[in-house]
Design a protein. Structure first.
Length: 607
């Protein structure tokens, strides 16, 4: 016989698999962050690094390329590290993969790279590539690598692994083996045509590097121990700080100073580079005027527009003053106008459609970077905050789009908005003071605040990582149709926007909507608002052991029902048990009133 006890918890917050990373992007903030953006405006350099697991990557190489060379940089991990250990909690397998995804994102906030993932599930240690190929399906893993190359469109790819037994782990061997195949397949329009039907285009990576081998020494030493006087650190130091974010794996380490190198071995190239090489970008024209050639346009295409963009970018950097960043506003306005003019002129350029599309891809990145730099130089901060961290299907909550203008004379607000998924409704609502718990909390005074009511459709699914929405197929995730394949998580569901006029041009500054709260020990923490079920149920033990035999056995199970709804909830709990088992009581009713109603009742009673 099984006896069960019902416990009803009021307004419980569910454990959400996704939580926003809490490490602040300190090297992207303030004058140093703006200077980095201005340096990035000077180049079209880009590099993709590949590996098998979180913490495989050469993070010093990433930091040097992103922070030192001002390149677009990304790391592709075939897995999310679900087969690793967990030193910080009980989560394993899929849940550990979510934790390690967040740890990678925290590391990327520091080293400045972006992050992508394959669909492979880390099934644990493997000695041979052949085993990984059987469990993962080699063709599907290649599909993922080619997809990321076509999405990110890097000029350079660098593999952390060589694809031989020298890599040790079979997963490492697999990642190293597939990278050269992806280098070739990404440029072939007959490979993975489904990606082309989705809107991706073939892309020719220009240079490919991998790790040195005993019989194949390195050809290039990338200096990662270089001291950056603006950041006050070496790129390797920043990388080691990022390495310490892999807390579940016990990767905390000292931050080494002094000369350090990452040695690479060139194995393929579509360009002629000098020997010996001094940079992974040798042989590539990564200047702004060189954008046309990189994209495959005629040499004289967009010459005037690109020259104007280049001149404006250089002037913005020359005018930069850490204590007076607004001095860079006029050249940034000029550069943004020139980028938009170049994009408008592209359809009239006599060139293949693919070349025009590649040029527009690069110009869109430049427009985004000019916009971001202009908003920062003008001292604009957009900080949209949700009034609740969770909502149930059919429920509603407030979002306050807060705008801070540190130099009001430079920017004029045109409008604000909250962007939400299809089916959600967003309406401007009366202002309400944002209530936050905590002592000694002075009232914030934004330049403007616009409050919106966001209503979640009754059919909305609970928030969860897209790669967990469908059951795994063996040791591979199944990505739902329309999901952001290879991304760490879904894009933010809610985004606050402010349209501004700066220097006579309109720009849109965006920021994901956060719920903000204070932890007594860790201070301010943020997470994205999530859709949760009105009621969740669980038992006090995940495992019940009952000895076999003719003697009846009795066990006690505690069943908990948790309500996240702001409205009253009632229902009936039952236990499903094997045939022949008896349960007492057979069912139990529960009623949960909303928390504010209980508080009002206590006040009336004088408690």
């Amino acid at each position: 016989m099984i006896r069960f006890l019902v416990v009803v918890l009021g307004c419980a917050t569910l454990f959400l698999l996704r939580a926003e990373a809490q490490v602040r992007p300190v090297y992207d903030m303030g004058a140093a962050g703006l200077l980095h953006l201005l340096q990035r405006l000077q180049t079209t350099a880009s590099v993709l690094h590949t590996g098998a697991h979180p913490d495989d990557e050469d993070s010093a190489f990433l930091a040097r390329a992103a922070r030192g060379d001002a390149a677009r940089v990304a790391y592709l991990s075939l897995t999310r590290g679900e087969g690793g250990q967990n030193l910080i909690g009980p989560e394993l397998f899929d849940a550990l993969g979510v934790i390690r995804t967040e740890e990678l994102l925290e590391a990327r906030r520091l080293d400045g790279a972006e992050q992508y993932f394959g669909r492979a599930f880390d099934f644990g240690f493997s000695k041979r590539r052949e085993e990984a190929a059987r469990k993962w399906d080699e063709r599907e893993m290649l599909d993922d690598m080619v997809r990321v190359i076509r999405l990110f469109r890097p000029l350079v790819v660098s593999s952390r692994w060589g694809g031989t037994a020298a890599d040790g782990h079979g997963h490492h061997q697999m990642a190293g083996y597939l990278t050269p195949l992806a280098f070739k397949a990404a440029a072939d329009p007959t490979e993975f045509p489904d990606q082309l039907r989705e809107g991706l285009r073939p892309w020719q990576v220009r240079k490919l590097y991998t790790r040195p081998l005993p019989d194949a020494p390195g050809t290039l030493d990338v200096q990662t121990g270089v001291f950056d006087p603006v950041l006050g650190r070496t790129y390797a130091e920043i990388a080691f700080e990022g390495r310490s974010q892999h807390k579940s794996q016990g990767q905390g380490t000292t931050e080494i100073l002094g000369p350090l190198t990452s040695t690479l071995r060139a194995i393929a190239s579509a360009v002629t580079a000098p020997a010996p090489e001094r940079s992974i970008f040798d042989g590539l024209d990564v200047t702004v005027p060189g954008l046309a050639r990189i994209a495959g346009l005629p040499d004289d295409a967009l010459r005037a527009e690109l020259a104007t963009i280049d001149g404006a970018a250089k002037k913005a950097l020359q005018e930069f003053q850490p204590l007076e960043p607004s001095r860079s506003v006029p050249p940034l306005v000029e550069g943004l106008r020139a980028v938009r003019a170049a994009r408008q002129a592209l359809p009239r350029v006599a060139a293949p459609a693919g070349a025009r599309a590649d040029a527009d891809f690069l110009l869109a990145i430049k427009e985004r970077d000019f916009t971001t730099a202009l908003v920062r130089a003008a001292g604009v901060i957009v900080d949209p905050l949700a009034e609740e961290d969770t909502a149930v299907p059919g429920g509603a909550f407030g979002v306050n789009v807060r705008l801070f203008l540190t130099q009001p004379a430079l920017a004029t607000l045109v409008s604000t908005a909250v962007k939400a998924p299809a089916g959600w409704t967003v309406n401007q609502a009366p202002a309400r003071e944002l209530r936050e718990e905590g002592f000694f909390r002075p009232r914030e005074r934004p330049t403007t605040t616009t409050r919106y009511e966001v209503r979640v459709p009754a059919t909305a699914a609970p928030t969860q990582p897209y790669f967990l929405a469908q059951p795994r197929q063996g040791d591979r995730y199944v990505w739902p149709q329309g999901s952001p394949k290879t991304s760490p998580f879904d894009a933010p569901a809610l985004v606050g926007e402010a349209t501004l006029s700066i220097g006579g041009v309109e720009v849109v500054a965006t920021q994901p909507v956060d719920y903000r709260f204070a932890d007594a020990i860790r201070g301010e923490l943020r997470r994205a608002p999530a859709v949760v079920p009105p009621v969740t149920v669980g038992v006090d033990a995940a495992l019940l052991i009952v000895p076999l035999g003719g003697t009846p056995r009795q066990r006690r199970i505690v069943v908990r029902a948790s309500s996240s709804s702001p409205d009253a909830v009632n229902g009936t709990l039952r236990l499903r048990v094997p045939a022949g088992w008896a349960v007492t009581p057979q069912e139990a009713a529960f009623v949960q009133r909303p928390e504010h109603a209980l508080a009002d009742e206590r006040l009336r009673e004088g408690s």
